[in-house]
Write a protein that binds this ligand. Structure first.
Ligand SMILES: NC(=O)c1ccc[n+]([C@@H]2O[C@H](COP(=O)([O-])OP(=O)(O)OC[C@H]3O[C@@H](n4cnc5c(N)ncnc54)[C@H](OP(=O)(O)O)[C@@H]3O)[C@@H](O)[C@H]2O)c1
Length: 275
């Protein structure tokens, strides 16, 4: 029921972080996996590791923000494996250079974050749906940030919330085509990238204190649900927005921002303050 044998799945940003966890589990469950990303060496080394474990994987360099690249991913997938059954919109982020309090956010920062996490994730879904001739499953990796206030990353949370709303409409419009669309909303998952910020015992401890299950997430914690959502086990699941956060729905950034903001007299009295 949970086997992915005979299915072909594209994982955007599939060579690093959560995406690599998803690619790995998909491959181990028997899927043909197409992993995309902008850095080919990273993809090739990840693909080699998976091939050594018996996975059927194809690395394809592609920038999600370039529609010609997405079209090439679809065409290469169909040319290589003959079909497309699953598409995981995992590529996404908010670079440290593009975040800050909303009062200071610039249009170019807004555009980079909202376009990557919302606009291009949607057009990738559309390209995938058009290529899924026998139906299929689209999984959007959003964030628990979609459902809460996100001081300093407000536009990122809003983009993820928009993607969750669109997930509902895609599920409604494409259900009659046999295409299921769901969203997976992670809490904090420790990746190589995030480890650059959560780089002290103290920072890790503060994050873990917020999590009822008493640990930070791992890419594999997200991957299992993605396997389920692409497998036939979920054949009556569509339009679902599923959190995976160890029981911790509130972004840590919210708590820490409020603590700092309320310690600053000028903010208390209506000024901006430096947080
Ligand atoms: N980690 C967390 O705590 C967390 C929490 C909630 C939600 N999420 C979401 O989970 C997803 C994965 O996050 P992550 O933490 O694993 O991120 P990550 O470690 O920074 O990896 C991001 C992946 O996306 C790819 N990528 C970024 N921009 C791209 C673009 N323009 N075109 C193609 N690929 C691109 C990257 O590959 P290249 O650099 O090679 O392009 C990389 O493979 C994201 O959607 C993120 O918003 C993460």
């Amino acid at each position: 029921m949970f086997s992915l044998a005979g299915k072909t799945v594209v994982v955007t940003g599939g060579g690093k972080g959560i995406g690599l966890g998803i690619s790995t589990r998909m491959a181990l469950q028997g899927a043909n996996v197409v992993m995309t990303g902008r850095s080919l060496p990273a993809l090739e080394s990840a693909a080699l590791g998976l091939a050594e474990q018996g996975g059927k994987v194809l690395p394809v360099r592609a920038d999600l923000t370039n529609p010609a690249d997405t079209e090439r991913v679809v065409n290469t997938t169909l040319a290589t494996f003959g079909r497309l059954d699953g598409w995981v919109n995992n590529a996404g982020s908010a670079s440290p250079d593009d975040v800050g309090p909303l009062i200071d956010i610039r249009e170019d920062q807004w555009d980079r974050v909202v376009d990557l996490n919302f606009k291009w994730a949607f057009f990738a879904s559309q390209a995938a749906a058009r290529a899924m001739k026998d139906g299929g499953s689209i999984v959007n990796i959003t964030s628990r940030s979609a459902s809460y206030a996100n001081p300093r990353t407000g536009h990122y949370g809003a983009a993820k919330a928009a993607m969750e709303n669109l997930t509902l409409t895609m599920a409604a419009e494409w259900g009659h085509l046999g295409i299921r669309v769901n969203a997976v909303a992670p809490g904090v998952v420790l990746t190589e990238e995030l480890a650059k910020t959560l780089n002290t015992e103290e920072r890790l401890r503060k994050q873990i204190e917020m999590v009822p299950l008493q640990r930070i997430g791992r890419p594999d914690d997200i991957a299992g649900l993605c396997v389920y959502l692409v497998s036939d086990a979920s054949s009556w699941t569509s339009g679902a927005l599923i959190p995976v956060h160890g029981g911790s729905p509130i972004p840590f950034g919210y708590i820490s921002y409020m603590r700092k903001a309320n310690r600053q007299d000028n903010v208390k009295h209506g000024g901006r303050g430096e947080i």
